[in-house]
Design a protein around this ligand. Structure first.
Ligand code: C2O
Ligand code: CU
Ligand code: CU
Length: 494
């Protein structure tokens, strides 16, 4: 198939989506369409919380990870085929340190091409996981190497070295697949994991650490009766009934359904990530309690902020401390999602098992984040359904089509507007949320971020810093179905 034919068939398919009733969910809190599973669900809070393995370098600064198909037990007694980095879901956690560059050699043994993106990373463009910069399956697992399906596609046969300079502040990053047109099904199948950056500024604090620091990758999935992941696909691409996004009816934390975890009556650091394709969450502690937010997407806050609830759009992270000494020993503390009733309203449970010594602290001054820069210009980006596509400024994504050319070392106000729920993400550039509908942002918008939840008919102003590297990067909606249905754009840092 020629590039032109492939492009036309995708747009042709989008042209058939006329009947989708967007208005039905457009004004509510729900961003996607529920895909109901048929596998028997485990009783909530019975499966132990897994902690992803920490990736070990094969030599200083060099990691090797193989993407492969495995069958794992997610629902008790059933096997689920996952596509995993090193065959695990979530993938291994990369422990990175500021100032220590890392190379990750990704080998692809999956049946499909991949592109790995370090979300939140300040990464040179050729290692940023551009959607058409593909690692083709090793050993001829598929016929994909025979032809290009998009203009300008780059093919790496079997492996690619991703180079991460890690010049950035300590932060909770994550990595996931970013392949053109197929990010949503590939991430759904398991291609996501954590990458934690640490630095001296953070070391100097006595935040909860070791077993009291938990990375929590939260996502929803649906399962067929045999335990396999359900995902709506047609042979052409995406199922038009799920144009708004796919939501599952099982909540997984670190790949386990509604897990339970025993804690001491001490402080814990929870690195929360909403890795769902489309599901927005609003987290709360039951029977009550507060999250002390210490960090946002892009690193530690200047000072902690306390919240009763945490709204989390896909792609967003919150670094929080929860003090379990506030609860009686023997009691349980449940993390709930107040945006859903039924199964998706539960997330996980902590059991406060016993008292223990606690040397941790949450100081009133956490860090010195970069100061607010002075913008040199303002640009507008409108996220909207145009005809039968998801578009930015009315344009269907085409690789190489630039929407902006910001200058390296400058900052700009980007005004984001939308017709629906669109979690807007910028590669490379971190930003501060300046305003929502001309008013001050929410307390939960604090700090430097890379993803912001833009709600229906909202105007969100962000102040983005273009630091690090020149070259081609992207902005896009992080509802992965919207992303695959063309809600992406390129910008070039010049
Ligand atoms: Cu997490 Cu371009 O995405
Ligand atoms: Cu990203
Ligand atoms: Cu969107």
């Amino acid at each position: 198939m020629s590039a032109r034919q492939a492009g036309l068939s995708r747009r042709g398919f989008l042209g058939l989506l006329g009947g989708t009733a967007l208005a039905a969910t457009g004004c509510g809190e729900v961003a996607g369409e529920l895909l109901t599973g048929s596998a028997p669900m485990p009783a909530p809070f019975t499966v132990p919380l897994p902690i992803p393995q920490v990736a070990r370098p094969v030599s200083p600064g060099l990691y090797e990870v193989t993407q492969r198909v495995t069958r794992v037990e997610i629902l008790p007694g059933l096997r689920t085929e996952v596509w995993g980095y090193d065959g695990t879901f979530p993938g291994p956690t990369f422990e990175l340190r500021r100032g220590e560059p890392a190379t990750v050699r990704v080998r692809n043994e999956l049946p499909v091409p991949t592109s790995t993106h370090l979300h939140g990373g300040v990464t040179p463009p050729d290692s940023d996981g551009y959607p058409t910069d593909l690692v083709i399956p090793a050993g001829g697992h598929s016929g994909h190497s025979a032809h290009m399906t998009h203009p300008g596609e780059v093919h790496h046969e079997g492996t690619k070295d991703y180079r991460y300079p890690v010049g950035q502040r300590a932060a909770t990053l994550w990595y996931h697949d970013h392949r053109m047109d197929y990010t949503a099904p590939s991430v759904w199948q398991g291609l996501a994991g954590f990458a934690l950056v640490r630095d001296e500024e953070e070391d100097a604090l006595s935040l909860p650490a070791g077993e009291r620091e938990l990375p929590l990758l939260i996502c929803d999935r649906s399962f067929a009766e045999d335990g396999s992941f359900r995902y709506p696909r047609t042979h052409e691409g995406h199922d038009s009934d799920y144009m708004e996004g796919v939501e599952g009816d099982v909540i997984l934390v670190n790949g386990a359904p509604w897990p339970v975890h025993e804690v001491t009556a001490t402080r814990y650091r929870l690195r929360l990530l909403n890795a769902s394709n489309a599901r927005r969450l609003r987290l709360r502690l039951a029977p009550g309690g507060r999250f002390t937010q210490i960090g946002s997407d892009s690193g530690l806050l200047a000072a902690p902020v306390r919240h009763d609830t945490l709204p989390m759009a896909p792609g967003e992270r919150y670094d929080v401390v929860v003090d379990f000494s506030a609860y009686p020993v023997g009691s349980t503390v449940t993390l709930v999602n107040t945006l859903a009733d039924g199964p998706a309203g539960k997330v996980m449970r902590f059991v406060v098992a016993r008292r223990a010594k606690d040397d941790s602290a949450v100081p009133t001054t956490l860090s010195r984040p970069p100061e607010r820069p002075v913008p040199v210009t303002t640009r507008s980006f409108d996220f909207r359904r145009t005809g039968q596509s998801w578009t930015i400024n009315g344009r269907v994504y085409r690789p190489g089509d630039l929407l902006a050319r910001p200058r390296l070392g400058t900052a700009e106000v980007w005004r984001l507007t939308s017709d629906f729920h669109h979690p807007v993400h910028l590669h490379l550039a971190h930003f501060l949320v300046l305003a929502r509908n001309g008013r001050p942002p929410a307390a939960t918008d604090a700090g430097w971020k890379d993803t912001v939840d833009v709600r229906p008919y909202e105007v969100v102003d962000v102040l983005a810093r273009f630091e690090g590297y020149r070259g081609r990067y992207m902005l896009h909606c992080h509802n992965l179905e919207h992303e695959d249905m063309a809600m992406m754009a390129d910008f070039e840092v010049v």
